[in-house]
Design a protein around this ligand. Sequence first.
Ligand code: NAD
Ligand code: TYD
Length: 339
Amino acid sequence: MTIVVTGGAGFIGSNFIFYSLKAHPDYRIVCIDKLTYAGNLSTLKPVMDNKNFRFVKLDICDREGVYKLFDEEKPDVVVNFAAESHVDRSIENPSIFLETNVIGTGVMLDAARKYGVKRYHQVSTDEVYGDLPLDRPDLFFTEETPIHTSSPYSSSKAGADLLVMAYYRTYGLPVTISRCSNNYGPYHFPEKLIPLMIANCLNDKPLPVYGEGLNVRDWLYVEDHCKAIDLIIHKGRVGEVYNVGGHNEMKNIDIVKLICKELGKPESLITHVTDRKGHDMRYAIDPTKIHNELGWLPETTFKEGIKKTIEWYLNNREWWEEIISGEYQNYYEKMYGNR
Ligand code: NAD
Ligand code: TYD
């Protein structure tokens, strides 16, 4: 079995590659990644010498390059993680989100069709459902919740999902989609909430909480997401969407306080800054379908997962310090300088 994994030099894609090579030692994994600011080749160092792994630097929008690769590799399965993934960046510059997330997905779908892949899996997000009100804790996103996006990021992901379903209906392409809640864990780029707060805490820098910090996210340890995708590509029903989440809702402010506590840093580092435009209030996944159909359940509790994550950032300082010493400085100044 050969699996093409796009975006494998990023956070979830790399964790998926590590998981797959371990879970399926006889599979060949071919990673294609453009190596944008979010893609880091050093992340893939642990598997670079694995004989079942190949890395190819390639943009998913490069049709000719993608077809050439499919011609060489004849993949059985495609898992499309590649995306521009940060909401704040999408608010600053939407167009690259449309290119990679929509046009790039279109190219991957065409390649999957042309070369007859047995399964095309699209890694989507719960953000396509929009948000839920804070005063209705009884409401959750199900697979039937209408698409109702807020940011250019989520809109581009929703556009991609619609295209994937169109290829299923129109051409009979064997597709599946997973829509997962917020992930956390090793190799998470330090522009996102949890790794940013860990890195800033460790450097005794202010912890920028948007608004009051009352927004709620439903956090899942990244390996549990990888296991869900692995189950879906092997046992999921073609043409279906599967929501993935662990019923672990937390307010941003509580996460930041917890990180301070775990690292022995004062809460006085917390600084409330101007809120994100169009900020979604609450995400919450109902994972009943994937549980009932595929037997998936999250295995790592938040308590365990956040400890493991903090430990990883403590033990892998060179990984994130290298990131925050480069271009990231300009990004940080632009996003947080006058907030
Ligand atoms: P990430 O930003 O850490 O990684 C994205 C990777 O894609 C990077 O390696 C980047 O170099 C690569 N990439 C970007 N544009 C590319 C292009 N044009 N061609 C080839 N490669 C390109 O993102 P992530 O957090 O790992 O998210 C992966 C996927 O999972 C995304 O599709 C995202 O929408 C989805 N998702 C993320 C979360 C989350 O909490 N992080 C939750 C649900 C779904
Ligand atoms: P983020 O990690 O960007 O994920 P998403 O927006 O896709 O859910 O943000 C998670 C939450 O944390 C979100 O409500 C915005 C908030 N946030 C902050 O308060 N401060 C920050 O510096 C960042 C990056 C996010």
